[in-house]
Ligand binder design. Structure first.
Ligand code: GLN
Length: 195
């Protein structure tokens, strides 16, 4: 695979780099537009979306990144990264912007205090067996899915927690912390196909 990146402004960057490298990809942290220009795909990690948003504008990478997303670069966002990819963010902090690309509305911190963090198994037909063990940490939920996006996974109560659209993939949960590699493989497949 061509070189891929992990957006390294804030959040669990190291975990994603480790998964990608474990799958045989050359993966680098990306902070600056010059680094973005050298990668063929990007993971946006979990963390705090309002901070990632602020820093991405401060580092001047938000606009080049929007352009790459619009041009079809494969991107995988987990948790805060999913929020960054959403066209609409609900319960955002004042002035918070997303990069957009995914035709969805995502609500931040949708599980409230009681359920700040939880784990559950998800059956995801596209990924086959076994079920995905999903860890949610102050996670967002996909509240509405527009016609261009499709649902990849939902909780038993119907709440949508994974979506994809063309070269974009987003999960509310964190596969990078549980040894679950199928989402990263799916992302790398897209990178290979786009090359
Ligand atoms: N609550 C965070 C946010 O709004 C996301 C949490 C996470 O990435 N684990 O960005």
């Amino acid at each position: 695979v061509a070189q891929v990146g992990v957006l390294a402004l804030q959040g669990d960057v190291r975990e994603h780099l480790a998964v990608l490298r474990g799958l045989g990809a050359e993966a680098i942290p990306v902070r600056r537009p010059e680094e973005l220009a050298t990668v063929s795909g990007l993971v946006i990690p979990g963390g705090e979306s309002s901070v990632i948003d602020k820093l991405s504008r401060l580092f001047g990478i938000a606009e080049p990144l929007r352009a790459r997303i619009a041009a079809g670069m494969p991107v995988y966002g987990t948790c805060a990264g999913l929020i960054m990819l959403a066209d609409t963010v609900l319960d955002s902090i004042t002035g918070q912007q997303s990069l957009g690309g995914l035709d969805v509305a995502v609500r931040r911190n949708a599980f409230g205090n009681q359920n700040d963090s939880f784990e559950t198994d998800l059956d995801i037909p596209e990924l086959g067996e076994p079920a995905v063990h999903a860890v949610f940490i102050r996670a967002p939920v996909v509240e509405s899915v527009g016609p261009r996006a499709s649902v990849l996974a939902s909780l038993p109560d119907g709440r949508v927690v994974a979506v994809e659209q063309d070269n974009l993939l987003g999960t509310s949960f964190h596969p990078e912390v549980t040894g679950e590699h199928r989402f990263h493989e799916r992302f790398l497949d897209r990178v290979r196909a786009a090359a």
